[in-house]
Design a protein around this ligand. Structure first.
Ligand SMILES: *[C@@H]1O[C@H](CO)[C@@H](O)[C@H](O)[C@H]1NC(C)=O
Ligand SMILES: *[C@@H]1O[C@H](CO)[C@@H](O)[C@H](O)[C@H]1NC(C)=O
Ligand SMILES: *[C@@H]1O[C@H](CO)[C@@H](O)[C@H](O)[C@H]1NC(C)=O
Ligand SMILES: *[C@@H]1O[C@H](CO)[C@@H](O)[C@H](O)[C@H]1NC(C)=O
Ligand SMILES: *[C@@H]1O[C@H](CO)[C@@H](O)[C@H](O)[C@H]1NC(C)=O
Length: 444
C-alpha cells in the first residue's frame, strides 16, 4: 500500500470515528449547512444577534394563547425580565373587555419588558407603556373551531348564547341576530371576537369589505408576527427566528384544553354559517394564514420541518426529565388535588382539563428543576399570582436599595438581563409621534 493510500485510509477512518462520536451534532451541522438554515443557538458567538426581550403578545381568546403566555412567563423568570401584570381590581386580565390603558398595570411591574395578559388591544396606550423596540405578536385560530369553542366555553357567561334554546349551535346560527345584542356585556364572545380583541369594530356589516381589508392591513403594520393556532409549532419556529431565541425558549405543554367529550365537530354548512356571521374574523384569518405560509416558505420548508422535529424531540425529553415515564395525567379540574394546578372552569357543562403531578412532585420541597416542571403546567390565574408576588418582592428590594433622591427619577427603562437588541423598525411610529388610532382602537 503506498503512503498516499495509507494516508487516505487514515483520513477516512478518522472521519468515520468522528461521525460516530459526534454523529448527531455533525450530522445536523451538515444538514443545516446544506439547507442554509439559520443557526439554532443564536445568543452566543460574535456577529450573532442577542435575544430580543421586549415583546407584547396580544392574548386572544380560545386560541392556544394560554400556552403562549406560559412560555413568555417562564422566559421572563429565567432572564429576570419584568412582565406587566394587571392591578388586582382587573383580576388576571387587563380589565377586559375595556380598552387597554396603562392605568390597568400594577405599579410593581413597571417598566415592563413583556406583556401578555388578556386585554382589548390599544396600540397608542401600549406604545406609551412598552420600550420602543417592542415586537408585537399575536395568534389567530380558524373561525369555525374557534366559534364552536367560544359557544361552549361561554355558554353561561354570554347572554347571547344563554338565550339560545337547548344551547344549540345550529339554532343560534339559523338566526344569530335574534339572540345577539351588540351592546350587552360579553357580546364580544358572540361576534368577531378576534377583531374585537385586536381593537377593531366587531359589528361592522359583512358588506363593508373595505373595512375588513383596512383592518387587516393595520394589524399587519403593527404585528411583526401573527401566529396561527392550527400551525402552532411552525408559528413557534417563526417566533424563535424573529426574537433570536433558542429552541429551549419555545418549549411548552398545551394548557387550557377541553375534554374531547365537550367538543362538537362541524358540518360544512355550519362552518359556512359561522364564517358568514364572523366575516371580519374570517377575513383576518385567511389573510394571516396566507402571510404565515409565505413566511414559512421564505425560511424554507426543510428548515421549518427540521426545527419542528427538533422542537418535538426536545419537548419529549423535557417531559421525561420532569415527569419520568409517567407523563403528567390529563385530568378534569375536579380530579386535580393540587390547588395550584386547577384550571378555571367556565361552567358545569364544560370540562377544562389540566395536569396533576406525579406523587413525588406534588408535595414537599421543590428543587429549581422541579419548580420549572411545576410552572410548565401551572394554569394562567395561579401563575399570574405567583409572578406578581415575586415581582413585588423584587420591586420592594430595589426601592430599599436605591438612595431616596433617585426614587422620583425612576422613569428610565430597567436594565434587562440580556443585551438590548438594536431598535427594530417595524414601521411603528415612535410613541411620542403617534396619535391615537381612533379608527381601530375606539373605546367601548
Ligand atoms: C437573576 O437574578 C438573580 C437574583 O438577583 C441572579 O442570581 C441570577 O443570576 C439572575 N439571572 C440572570 C439570567 O441574570
Ligand atoms: C428608543 O428609546 C431610546 C431611549 O430610551 C432612544 O435613545 C432611541 O432613539 C429610541 N429609538 C427610536 C427608534 O425611537
Ligand atoms: C330542545 O330539546 C328538546 C328535547 O331534546 C326538544 O323536544 C325540543 O324541541 C328542543 N327545542 C328546540 C327549540 O330545538
Ligand atoms: C392555510 O393556508 C395554507 C396555505 O395556503 C392552506 O393549505 C391551508 O388549508 C390553510 N389553512 C386553513 C385552516 O385555512
Ligand atoms: C418522579 O418519579 C419518576 C418515576 O418514579 C422518576 O422517573 C422521576 O425522575 C421522579 N422525578 C423527580 C423530579 O424526582
Amino acid at each position: 500500500m503506498s503512503q498516499k493510500k495509507l494516508f487516505l485510509a487514515l483520513i477516512a477512518l478518522s472521519t468515520v470515528s468522528l461521525l460516530l462520536h459526534h454523529g448527531g451534532h455533525l450530522m445536523w451541522a451538515m444538514e443545516v449547512f446544506h439547507l442554509g438554515c439559520p443557526a439554532l443557538h443564536s445568543h452566543t458567538g460574535p456577529g450573532l444577534k442577542p435575544k430580543h426581550t421586549n415583546v407584547a403578545f396580544l392574548k386572544t381568546h380560545k386560541t392556544a394563547s394560554t400556552t403562549m403566555q406560559n412560555m413568555f412567563f417562564r422566559f421572563a423568570e429565567r432572564n429576570n425580565l419584568t412582565v406587566a401584570l394587571p392591578v388586582q381590581a382587573c383580576t388576571h386580565q387587563f380589565c377586559y373587555p375595556r380598552s387597554f390603558t396603562s392605568h390597568f398595570v400594577h405599579p410593581h411591574t413597571l417598566p415592563p419588558n413583556i406583556i401578555t395578559s388578556h386585554m382589548r388591544f390599544n396600540k397608542a396606550e401600549l406604545q406609551r407603556l412598552m420600550p420602543n423596540d417592542t415586537i408585537y405578536v399575536t395568534i389567530l385560530r380558524e373561525p369555525g373551531s374557534m366559534f364552536e369553542s367560544l359557544f361552549t366555553y361561554y355558554s353561561q357567561h354570554c347572554l347571547t348564547f344563554k338565550r339560545v334554546p337547548n344551547s344549540s349551535l345550529e339554532a343560534f346560527l339559523e338566526k344569530p341576530s335574534q339572540y345577539y345584542r351588540p351592546h350587552e356585556t360579553y357580546s364580544m364572545y358572540a361576534h368577531n371576537t378576534l377583531t374585537f380583541d385586536l381593537g377593531g369594530d366587531k359589528d361592522r356589516p359583512a358588506t363593508d369589505v373595505a373595512y375588513a381589508q383596512a383592518f387587516a392591513s393595520e394589524v399587519e403594520r403593527t404585528f411583526s408576527l401573527v401566529m396561527i393556532a392550527e400551525y402552532f409549532d411552525e408559528s413557534l419556529v417563526l417566533l424563535r427566528h424573529l426574537l433570536s431565541w433558542d429552541l429551549n425558549d419555545i418549549l411548552y405543554v398545551k394548557l387550557n384544553m377541553r375534554t374531547l367529550s365537550s367538543k362538537q365537530s362541524l358540518t360544512p354548512d355550519l362552518l359556512a354559517k359561522i364564517r358568514a356571521w364572523n366575516s371580519l374574523d374570517a377575513h383576518l384569518y385567511d389573510h394571516f394564514n396566507t402571510s404565515l405560509w409565505l413566511k414559512l416558505s421564505e425560511l424554507g420548508p426543510a428548515c421549518v420541518a427540521r426545527e419542528v422535529r427538533l422542537l418535538q424531540q426536545a419537548q419529549k425529553k423535557l417531559m421525561r426529565s420532569c415527569f419520568g415515564e409517567r407523563m403528567p395525567r390529563l385530568r378534569t379540574a375536579a380530579e386535580i388535588k393540587n390547588e395550584e394546578l386547577r384550571p378555571w372552569q367556565p361552567s358545569r357543562t364544560v370540562d377544562i382539563v389540566g395536569y396533576d403531578l406525579p406523587e413525588n412532585l406534588s408535595h414537599g420541597f421543590l428543587s429549581k428543576a422541579q419548580e420549572l416542571c411545576l410552572k410548565l403546567i401551572m394554569p394562567e390565574v395561579q401563575y399570574t399570582r405567583v409572578l406578581l408576588r415575586s415581582q413585588s418582592v423584587r420591586y420592594r428590594q430595589s426601592i430599599q436599595l436605591r438612595p431616596l433622591q433617585q426614587l422620583h427619577r425612576n422613569q428610565k427603562p430597567m436594565k434587562t438581563a440580556l443585551p438590548r437588541h438594536p431598535p427594530v423598525d417595524n414601521n411603528q411610529p415612535s410613541p411620542a409621534a403617534s396619535s391615537p388610532d381612533s379608527k381601530f382602537t375606539a373605546g367601548t
